[in-house]
Each structure stands twice: as C-alpha cells, then as structure tokens.
Ligand binder design. Structure first.
Ligand code: ADP
Ligand code: MG
Length: 691
C-alpha cells in the first residue's frame, strides 16, 4: 500500500478521510466506527474470492458462481414497463445459463456474438431456468490475474455499502500512524507471528489465502493475549480474598428446595451444594456454572440468591436481554408468592421510565429490595446498593471479563456466580475462565423427552404449517425464527414482518405475533408476556429469543434459513422448546436449495447434545477454518474462535502465564509497550460500559 505524506493520529475522526462527510460518518457510527483506529479494527466478515470458472451444472443456487462463456449470439435488449433488460444465454455440456442485466442497456454493445467473457454473479432459478442476475464480467486474461486474490467483505448497514467501507479502510491504512509493536519480540519470533502493522493491513487486503492466514494468526493471538492477561489480573486480585458476607444461614433456601414441584437432578444438587459451601466458606466465591440449555441453571441461581437474602444481604441477577430479565422477574416473584417466601424482588431494565427507575433505585438503596433482577442497567452508576453480597450473571458469555469485574466492584467484593450454556470443553474452560472455579451440570431433568428434529427444504412449508396448526389445537405453542427483521435488498432471507403476514393467512383463527430487536422495550415485553401466558400461539421472531427464554408450553421451533445460522446458535434456538414434559419438535428449513448445507444441519438433526454438536462442528470445519460461521462470537472476540483456534488459545495461555510468573514480569524494559497497551485495553473496556 502506498503511504501518503500526510499522516493522521489514529484517534482522529473518520471525517478526516476523503469522501466521508457528516452524513456518511453518521452511518459509520451506526456500526461502531468513529475514529480511524475503529476503522482499522473493523475486520472483514468474509472475503470475496475469485474462483476458477465452473461448469454450469456445478453452480449452486443462491450462491455466487463463476462461469466462462462464449457468446454464440449477441445479447438482446428489451424494455418492460420502463425497465431495460439485457440478456443472453450461454451453454456448455452440463447445462444452460441465462445472464440478465437491468438498467444497463449499453451492455448490448459489449456482449457481441463470438466474444468470450468470464461472468461472476449470484445464481438463482427463475421460471425460464437457471439465471445469473447482474453478473460482473471480465476479459478472460484480466480474470486470470484476479484468481488468487481476496477482496474484503464488511458487515454493512443500510446506506453504507461494501464499496464505501472498503475505500475508507484503504485510505485509513494509507494515512494511519504506524504503531510500535507491543508484543515482545521474543514472543513474536517464537510464535512466528506477523508484525502488528503488517497484520492490520493484510487482514483487510490479503494478497492470497496464505497471507490472510498469517495476518489473522497474529490478530487472533493478540485477542487471546489481552483477554487472558485480563483474566490473570482478575485472578491475582481475587485469590482467597476474605469475604465480608458470610452466608451461614441456609434454612429458607433449603425449605424452598424441598417444596419445589420437582426434584433437582443429581448434577443440579451437586452444583447447588458447591455454591452453598462457597457462600458459607468465608472467602469470596468466584464460580462458573456450565450447563447445557434446559439443564435447569435458573433455580440454582434463585436458591443461592435466597440464601444470601435470608442472611440480611442483597443479591443481584444480571441477564443479557430485557425479555429474559422480565421473565426471570415474573417467575421468581410467582415462585416466592406461592411458597410464602417473604423477600422483595425488584426489576431494573433500560426501557423503564425515569420515574420507574428512580423508584427502583430508592428501594435498592434503602434495602427494601432484597433481590434485584435486570439487564446491565443493574451496574449503572446511579444504582447504589445497601449491602450487595452476591452477583450472578446468567448466560454470562454475553458479558465481558471487565464487566464481570465492574459488577464485582459495586459492593464490597461480593460473591460472584457466572452461568453459561456455551459448551466449552473443560480444558478450554479452565483457560477462558481461569479466574473461576467450575461446576458442571451435565444432566437434563428426567422428565424430558428428546426433541424430534428434521431438516427440510422450502417445499415442506405447507406441511409444517399444518403441523403447527395441530399442535396449537392441542393447546401448544410454536416459535418461527427468521434471520431478518424486514426485507433487505442485499440479502435474500426470510424476514419477520412479511413472514408474520403470510403465516396469518395460513393459520386463520390462530394468533400470530412477531418480535424483533428493533421494537421498543415495552412492546417486546407485552408480546413476550402474552406469549408466556398462552394468549399468543405462534411467535415469529428474530434471534432475540435465542437466549434463556423459557415457555415450557411451546413445543415447536421452526427455523427459516437455518443454513444461515451457526450450529451453536441453532442449538440455543432449539433449546427454547423441549423445556417441559411434552414431546417437542424442531423444524430446520434449509432455504438455500444447496444440499451441501444439510451436512452441517444434520449434526443437529442427529443430536441434542451441545458438547457433541460443538465437537462435530469443529470436525466439519477443521482447525483454522476461517471462512466458516463463527460459533463463539459471543465470547467477545472479533476474529478468534475458541474452537477452531483452540491450539493458539492454549499456546497463548502458556505464554501469558510464563510472562506473568517470571519475576517482576511486566515491569521489564522489553514489556513496557505491552504494559501500556494492557492498561489501555482495560480502560477501553470500562469506557464501553459508560461508567
Ligand atoms: P437453563 O439451564 O437453560 O437456564 P432453566 O433453568 O430455564 O434452564 O430450566 C428449564 C426448565 O426446566 C424450567 O421450566 C424449570 O422450571 C425446569 N426445571 C429445572 N430443573 C428441573 C428439574 N430438576 N426437574 C424438572 N424440571 C426442571
Ligand atoms: Mg437459562
């Protein structure tokens, strides 16, 4: 990349870049980019590769394909309702392909008889056969030169396309201030890592796959490195700290345990005892509970919170979504009422009105509230606790390490319990959660029937609708998941709004409603409450319900465009059903028409076990597969994937330990840059929390 003379500090606004005015800057802000530095770290989510031309018979519908075409006749142009269409058909021994361009009448002059081109575009099946719409075209010699190159594809937003982002990144790279590499040279050499500035440039514009792998390896290393340094800092800070909160009385907790309508599984019981023992011990608890979806983590949390409350302390439960917060709040309130537990539960979420919040804050400060349930609104500065003794984060993998610590700082070192359904093998969990003790719930409640699964194509939809209708007639409920909220020009996938309309037509007399993340908090709550109460029978939703939602009466999970989701995510979604003693079903619709994608989905079809799924997924992708769908995006890494990068993770863990164990570790001259960087890293994490 050519470097211009003019350099800018990397914390400058992106408005210093050519072609980015206030308006475009606003769009960039939507995807979290304000500074040149943000832009440099806005890594591509994939790369366009220019593959070898394929035979027409090898093209897959719904995907970008490349063919070499010889035009026997020239293209024809027509006008239909003011729309200009240019088209031409090419063929080879394996089939025929129609090429179509809209609004480009001048192409007719280029697409002459007896000419040769390479065409590249999305393949669809139309009434008149296999079609490529708006294909790019290349001279064969020019295409040859592109063959091994990779072009970045960025996550986009409405009005902000790939071209704009790419050109902004290109400029940012040209004018950035190069950074001193903070990784000690010894580590870089030992691990054969690229230099930092090089890696940043080549993650955006790799010369070829090898180059990309090299750049990525460095940045993955960095991500793990800082994460694990932070984990180590927490661990060292916490080791065997005396707790101010000794939870000796546990009678009421045990009374409620005995009155529950079900018996805890052995695994739940073991976990509960471990938690209660920690709470009695006099040291500060730092524990992770790992348990697959539906293994019954919530009740452990509630019992632990109750134990804390009966000793005169406050306890808090933090969850990643508002929907989940409300659900936990309602079910705990109901449980306590039913069993005469005299403890005050208070809800705090971001969408509450200022007045509602003020009242809640008041109750927390005066200790009128014993138990506090909410989203990260719980850790806002304005929330002052009286004596917070236990903090539990549910589906913790959604929160960062620093958040965990932040929450810890709210009181006088409260006990910390973290609950996660991410199926991380024990060896990796020990590394990633190095600062925590681990309990595993490796057993589902006995009343569960295994979920019945199927993977189908679009033609199965009418049958699926009849099936849902039947379940509803029997008093059950269903979820239908679509990847998109509304129709998009760029992505062909089902969307919640249109799908709801269609489904209402197919299911007359049945109440079908929708839910998605762009709705107001209040609306979302209402819909969720009505679904939980059985007033809504079919809920069409995006993945906002992915985590934690518990409506045991729901027995059908139908997932549209299942091929677009990662296996772990599908497993979470499926976990919304099969939560009671009724037979439940999961219908995965592969709408791509691409049979190859069924191989991945078959893993879910065959198994309901999160660990098995994670390990099979890894086999299908292979270590270091960087083009697959990332599974652990919620573990706050941008590039790294704990499964495919497991080997690197282990290596980094060793490096970090060695670095920190070696006497005055970070104080050494060689590590000064690193130390600065680490401080900044911790600081930035806090900043993001707006604290
Ligand atoms: P998760 O581990 O996914 O958070 P939940 O705690 O939401 O799971 O539990 C799922 C459902 O199972 C809830 O309806 C809960 O009441 C129920 N449940 C929990 N433990 C048991 C058990 N031992 N026997 C029967 N049902 C249980
Ligand atoms: Mg849960």
């Amino acid at each position: 990349m050519k470097r211009s003379v003019k350099q800018v500090a990397n914390d400058q606004s992106i408005e210093t870049l050519k072609g980015i005015g206030e308006k475009t800057a606003k769009l960039f802000e939507k995807v979290g980019i304000r500074t040149v530095d943000d832009l440099l770290h806005y890594y591509p989510k994939g790369y366009d590769t220019y593959g070898k031309p394929q035979a027409i018979g090898e093209l897959s519908e719904g995907e970008t394909g490349t063919v070499a075409g010889f035009l026997k006749t020239g293209a024809t142009g027509v006008h239909i309702n003011g729309l200009s269409i240019v088209q031409v058909t090419i063929s080879d021994m394996t089939g025929k392909l129609r090429l179509v361009w809209y609004h480009m009448p001048y192409l007719k002059n280029t697409l002459r008889a007896d000419s040769h081109f390479i065409f590249r575009g999305r393949v669809t099946r139309k009434k008149n056969g296999l079609t490529m719409e708006q294909p790019q075209m290349f001279q064969p010699e020019a295409y040859e030169g592109l063959l091994s190159s990779l072009r970045p594809v960025y996550a986009q937003t409405k009005g902000l396309g790939n071209k704009t982002i790419t050109s902004a990144v290109e400029q940012a790279l040209a004018i950035r201030t190069l950074e001193r590499d903070y990784l000690p040279a010894s580590l870089r050499i030992a691990n054969e890592l690229a230099e930092y500035n090089f890696a940043i440039e080549h993650i955006h514009f790799p010369a070829d796959k090898e180059d990309l792998t090299f750049a990525r390896k460095r940045l993955v290393y960095d991500e793990f490195f800082f994460f694990l340094l932070a984990v180590r800092r927490l661990k060292d800070k916490r080791q065997d700290v005396q707790s101010l909160f000794s939870v000796k009385k546990q009678d009421e907790c045990r009374r409620l345990l005995n009155e529950l309508p079900y018996k805890l599984t052995d695994a739940q019981m073991r976990t509960l005892e471990e938690v209660l023992k920690d709470l009695r011990s006099g040291s500060v608890m730092n524990r992770l509970i790992q348990g697959d979806v539906g293994s019954g983590k919530t009740i452990i949390a509630v019992l632990a919170l109750l134990a804390v409350c009966e000793n005169g302390y406050q306890g808090a439960l933090m969850v990643p979504t508002e929907v989940l917060a409300r659900q936990h709040f309602e079910s705990v309130t109901e449980l306590f009422e039913k069993h005469g537990v005299d403890k005050n539960v208070v809800l705090i979420t971001g969408s509450m009105t200022a007045k509602e919040k003020r009242i809640a804050y008041g109750k927390i400060a005066s200790h009128e509230a014993d138990m506090i349930i909410g989203t990260h609104a719980l850790i806002q500065e304005k929330v002052v606790y009286d004596n917070l003794a236990l903090v539990i984060t549910d589906e913790q993998h959604r929160f960062g390490v620093a958040q965990r610590e932040m929450f810890g700082n709210k009181g006088q070192m409260p006990h910390v319990l973290v609950m996660s359904a991410t199926p991380i093998p024990r060896t990796l969990a020990i590394i990633l959660y190095g600062d925590l003790d681990i309990s595993v719930i490796d057993e589902l409640p006995a009343n569960r029937l295994p979920i019945k699964n199927c993977v189908v194509d679009k033609s199965y939809r009418p049958r699926a609708y009849r099936f849902i209708e039947n379940e509803v007639k029997n008093g059950r409920q269903a979820y239908v998941i679509c990847p998109m909220v509304e129709e998009s020009e760029m992505i062909e996938a089902e969307n919640v709004l249109d799908y709801t309309k269609i489904l209402r037509e197919h299911l007359p007399g049945i109440r079908v409603e929708y839910l998605h993340g762009k709705m107001k908090g209040k609306e979302k709550n209402q819909i969720m409450e009505k679904f939980a109460a059985g007033e809504i029978q079919v809920l069409v939703s995006t993945t906002v319900i992915e985590v934690g939602v518990n409506v045991p009466n729901a027995t059908v999970m139908m997932i549209e465009n299942a091929e677009r989701f990662g296996l772990a995510q599908l497993h979470q979604l499926r976990g919304r059903v099969g939560r009671g003693d009724r037979q439940s079903y999961c219908i995965m619709v592969n709408a791509s028409g691409n049979k190859e994608k069924n191989r991945r989905l078959d893993v879910l079809n065959k198994s309901n076990d999160g660990f098995y799924i994670a390990s099979e997924d890894l086999k299908l992708r292979g270590p270091g597969d960087i083009f697959g769908i990332r599974q652990s995006g919620d573990l706050e890494f941008r590039l790294a994937d704990i499964y495919t990068d497991a080997v690197t993770l282990k290596k980094v863990s060793e490096d970090v330990n060695r670095l920190l164990d070696r006497d005055e570790d970070l104080e050494e001259e060689e590590n000064q840059e690193l130390k600065k960087r680490l401080d900044r890293f911790m600081e930035e994490k806090y900043e993001k929390l707006n604290l």
